[in-house]
Design a protein around this ligand. Structure first.
Ligand SMILES: Cc1cc2nc3c(=O)[nH]c(=O)nc-3n(C[C@H](O)[C@H](O)[C@H](O)COP(=O)(O)O)c2cc1C
Length: 250
């Protein structure tokens, strides 16, 4: 008798979970199908920003300290990859190009990222060592724009960071001729297998063409979304090493 009751209870529970899964699936499906991509619907995609404000009294006089404050708030808010940023470069003719990268450090000297020096961005920076970096943290309704000049970091810094990465990433970076055309994916995978075998018992040496860059900021803007598009924009511009602070119209 008790066993029969237990079996029926189990059946009910299974049935309920199945219905919940089906319901959730339908809900998700509906969610994905809900909005038709008409011109009008796309034009109506917008948010009003109300999370915070940025006043002259609240900011630090040093933009790196201010960046550190906002960066910590992004980390503490558990944002997904708060160190993701867009880096824009331009070639000698001025043709721009941008891509997502990870910020790997910052201090009074500037902002550091790592990449392949022979990549498209590497070539741009060789020709024209200026760049713009941009962070967007939608959950905090914040954007930071940083512009400045680029130099390579010291080789010892690149080597230390290279070896701090997982071995798979070290092999991946060594195997990949970043931004060049390759005939297929297999070429890459075969190269990874070969390198994995070569370095199975030893350290992977840092390739000379892989390392860090330092962006020394000359201009930094902190943007805080506000209602009705009246956003706060505070800029820091360096003139002879002294930071001048201004407010820009949104
Ligand atoms: C979330 C994310 C993080 C990335 N981080 C890096 C990075 O730190 N360094 C890097 O070289 N490429 C990184 N990439 C790949 C770049 O966006 C880009 O594809 C690559 O650097 C080649 O760019 P280029 O051809 O303009 O030189 C990342 C991509 C994404 C989406």
């Amino acid at each position: 008798m008790v066993l029969k009751q237990a079996v029926s209870l189990l059946k009910v529970l299974i049935d309920l979970s199945f219905r919940k899964i089906t319901y959730n699936f339908k809900k998700t499906k509906t969610y994905f199908c809900q909005m038709e991509l008409t011109k009008e619907n796309i034009q109506n995609l917008r948010q009003d920003y109300r999370a915070a404000k940025l006043a002259e009294d609240d900011i630090d006089q040093n933009p790196i300290t201010q960046f550190g404050k906002w960066f910590k708030e992004a980390v503490d808010a558990k944002l997904y990859e708060p160190n993701v940023m867009t880096l824009a470069t331009a070639d000698l003719s001025g043709k721009p190009s941008s891509r997502i990268l990870l910020l790997k450090g910052f201090d009074e000297n500037g902002f550091v990222f790592f990449t392949n020096y022979n990549s498209k961005k590497g070539k741009d920076l060789q020709e024209n060592p200026q760049a713009a970096m941009q962070f967007f943290w939608p959950e905090l309704e914040r954007q930071i724009r940083i512009e400045g000049t680029i130099t390579k970091v010291e080789e010892a810094v690149s080597t230390a960071y290279f070896h701090s990465r997982p071995k798979g990433s070290q092999i991946g970076a060594t195997a990949s001729p970043q931004s060049t055309v390759i005939p297929n994916r297999e070429v890459l995978e075969t190269r990874v297998q070969e390198l994995t075998e070569t370095y199975k018992d030893t350290e992977v040496p840092r390739p000379e063409h892989w390392g860090g860059y330092l962006l020394k900021p000359e201009h930094i803007e902190f943007w805080q979304g506000r209602p009705s598009r009246l956003h706060d924009r505070i800029t820091y511009t360096s003139v002879n090493g002294v930071w001048t602070i201004n407010r820009l119209a949104p």
